[in-house]
Design a protein around this ligand. Sequence first.
Ligand code: SF4
Length: 379
Amino acid sequence: MSASAAGEPAPPDLGLYLHVPFCRTRCRYCDFYRVGENRGRMDRFVAALHAEMDGWTALHGRAASTIFLGGGTPSLLEPQEIGGILDHLARRFPFAPGVEITAEANPSDLTPERLAGLRAAGVDRLSIGIQSFVDRELTLLGRRHDAAHAAAVVDAARRAGFARLSIDLMVGIPGQTDGSFATSLDRAIDLAPDHISLYLLEVHPGSEIDGLRRTRPRLFAGDEAQRRRYLAMRQRLTAAGFRHYEISNFARPGEECRHNLRYWRCRDWLGLGPAAHSSVDGRRFRHLPDLEAWIADPLAVEAMESDAAEERVFLGLRLEEGIDLALLAAAGVPRDEAERRIARLADFVELEGDRLRLTPEGFLLSNPVLAELLRPSGS
Ligand code: SF4
């Protein structure tokens, strides 16, 4: 542990998450907090973000090891605005050596000039929301780019100096087949990113995609098809040198998203912007998903209930590294009962010494498996 000049232990480092809630159009499956793009609103957002950074005085001076601009669509901000935000952040939360600075980006916003601007602003990792390399699937999702543009953007990002690139893909897109999914995966691997995130399409009640499912259910894959694609993708990516380090994430060794690892390992992070959540010094809190309310008072937060021991199990088991079995006891499941449950869930969890992990089948069914592992004794 490092020590401050006065001999006190230095406070733990922080991850910083910035929620940029603007989107140019609405994707049909979206359930995130976002608002329409509007220059005046964006100017007021940026001013409030600077005010929020200034306001967290009790945390000023804590080192920032990871920064993540998520959304919404951070790539709608001008690169100079992002540069100004990062410069201001660094004055309040000194950047640790080797700080990781990720921005989520929509392929349709990324021109060579904008990519160069983002790199010059200090962003060193891009998470590009491609979702599919099949044009008809992108149209059905309501995305603004096509496959050729997405591929060109990855090349342009590399030319702009981004060595760390992540591609998002989606399983369960309406009309997707095993073959079209394999096409997207092959295309992604050919582009040689160091990280691929793969999400199962969630159909939220009331979303546009929910309406499509009701009128054209045959376009949607059943559970068995999703399972087949997920397992095939895992096999394909691990054969290509990626490590399946988290339920939805694959990385070349050493290229894991260090910011997201903070969440799963329950390390401190501060979330800035509307709808952002935080976990600092054992306290969980969030900003309400309301841009105007947040602009009016960017330091207003709402406390969140959480059970720290359960959370360590729930989040830790998302990772390939798993958890120490002692964490289950801390969450209220005595060791003998834990061993009985693990034996019953043998296809979904594995125990090696005191290390408990989900199997690939367990990753697929993580919610019911975790619910069973953490079930209160006697229920
Ligand atoms: S870009 Fe992301 S946040 Fe915006 S509408 Fe699409 S899915 Fe939602």
